[in-house]
Design a protein around this ligand. Sequence first.
Ligand SMILES: Cc1ncc(COP(=O)(O)O)c(C=O)c1O
Length: 386
Amino acid sequence: MKNDRFHAESMVVHIGVGQDPLYGSVSTPIYQTVTYQHRGGELGRYDYSRTENPTRTGLQDGLAQLEGGAGASVFASGMAAIVALFHLLQQGDHVILTEDLYGGTYRVLVDVFQNFGLTATFVNTADATQVAEAIRPNTRLLFIETPSNPHLFITDLAKMATLAQTHHFWLAVDNTFMTPLRQRPLALGADFVVYSATKYLSGHNDVLAGALIMRDPDMAQKVAALANATGGVLAPFDTWLVMRGLKTLAVRLDRQEDNARAIAGFLQEHPAVTDVYYPGLTTHPGFETHRGQSGGPGAMVSFQLKASQRQAEFMDALHLILPAVSLGGTESLITHPYTETHRELPDHVLSHLGIGPGLLRLSVGLEYVDDLIADLDQALTRVKGL
Ligand SMILES: Cc1ncc(COP(=O)(O)O)c(C=O)c1O
């Protein structure tokens, strides 16, 4: 789409549209090809699909425009996008990260990149003092998740951008829980935005994908070259699935967020629940900061069961909400971070973060809200009172 005068809600609908000079197909053609015919000795715009593919170009250009970035690269998963970001660093560099973040990001740094000479410090980035104290002369990157995972704690992005600019390191934000329709980190001073596009962007629990969006044009070229060199790029059909999902992002998010608000209120009142973590609750730490830097609270809700050892029984009792990892799709999913998404973290880290057996993370889907609440209520009633 050429014109950026439109609202983001219109831009997502038109991502990849107008890509077909031959037939004017409205749906973006899937260029299921590895290579491209040369005319004479000249290579054309496209020569090999690891380097560039026209279907992928449509999604990349659309994402860059949505985020207000200079360029975007899309990858075979969110982890591949995060790895591409870490590949921009060098041996001896230091990274500061939100401590309460996706377990896979922790795992790749500690199990993989530490062997190549990167060091990492995980801190509570909601507290700017802790971030400032973690800065070393070799700090090159600050990596934030806000809302965090699984507690949905809030980090002040403008404060982080000031620290990054003052101390000359990059700021990257994993914006998976928010999407460009709710939070635009580049506009708040970040250098990179990273997505597991597996989640809200594609939105149907049917494709693995990742994206990295850059503020700076040189950096965008560097990442494109890195993607070509390392090869974890997104396949044409999967790219098309992400674009297809993106078209309904605005309406999905509105509905999911409405459902999540109602569910968070219901859980807060339920006697079988001791704590509810949701950035839309006025009692949530960072409520005001989140409201100031985002367009809405999102559709992730975490909560603590009173009967903290009976989470398996509770999850098995659900009829509509599916016990499964992942998030951001049409179906509501409930996850147990302690044994699933965050199981890679050592015990002392889990206990420091307050991730115990009774903590559950709900990705609220598109179902009718009364059915979701009734499902939660009957399962909670079973495990009430212990
Ligand atoms: C916040 C966040 N970032 C990154 C990832 C990794 O994405 P993927 O599973 O697409 O590799 C996940 C996966 O759950 C996630 O929740």
